[in-house]
Ligand binder design. Structure first.
Ligand SMILES: [Zn+2]
Length: 226
């Protein structure tokens, strides 16, 4: 079976390796070992076309990587790619971002575990923004956020910003989307509003009518034109 690790986890691995070049990788891991494979584990390539949605990073404070520090900063980042984090006998999930007891067989004192969400966001290649990883290369200006949330159920994502364009996926409910750009297309009317702007979401591979973006403005602020 062919498999790969989710792109977002490879991004974090590269960032951590670049920041802590001397660090130990003794307890690192992506694909599940024999023990993992007998269990239901995010280390197994169960999502999509053989995608592993978890990675372990070794505790090596002598070379800069303190798992509690990194794990705490991951929670503080509220990065939408995170599903849950385990470190030092505790687990925290995206539900409330709070640490709670973890009583799994492995106490996770030699590594921390990061699971990312089992949806297209797991392949978002953007850098993780954690203080321990250092300032972003541009010197740390405020990075404009282009993350929005959709509303409604059964929202179509289309290959082009037109109502006769093929549907590439359907959003079952409110979904966080990272908008790359927006453009004018067919006018969509619902709930007494009409809007001809469409947002391009690369991770979904298509366009969502802005009428389904939960934002008061028809044309989204801070998002360029396609
Ligand atoms: Zn793990």
């Amino acid at each position: 079976m062919s498999w790969r690790v989710a792109v977002s986890l490879e991004t974090l691995l590269h960032q951590i390796d670049a920041r802590f070049p001397e660090r130990s990788k003794l307890s690192d891991g992506g694909i599940g070992d024999a023990a993992h494979q007998t269990r239901d584990s995010d280390h197994n390539p169960w999502y999509g076309p053989g995608i592993v949605t978890a990675r372990d990073f070794t505790h090596d404070p002598a070379h800069g990587l303190d798992i509690q520090e990194v794990a705490d900063q991951l929670l503080d980042s509220r990065d939408p790619r995170i599903k849950y984090v385990i470190a030092n006998r505790r687990i925290a999930t995206r539900n409330d971002w709070q640490w709670g007891p973890y009583d799994g067989a492995n106490p996770h004192e030699k590594h921390f575990h990061l699971s990312v969400v089992a949806d297209p966001l797991c392949d978002d290649p953007q850098n993780w923004e954690l203080p321990v990883l250092g300032e972003p290369p541009d010197g740390g200006g405020v990075v404009p956020t282009t993350d929005f949330v959709t509303w409604g159920t059964g929202v179509n994502v289309r290959a082009e910003p037109r109502l006769d364009a093929p549907v590439v996926t359907v959003l079952p409910g409110p979904t966080q989307v990272r908008v790359q750009c927006q453009t004018r297309g067919d006018t969509v009317s619902t709930a007494g509003h009409a809007n001809d702007a469409w947002s391009f979401v690369p991770l979904l591979g298509g366009y969502v009518s802005n009428i389904f973006i939960d934002h008061p403005a028809a044309w989204l602020p801070g998002v360029g034109e396609c």
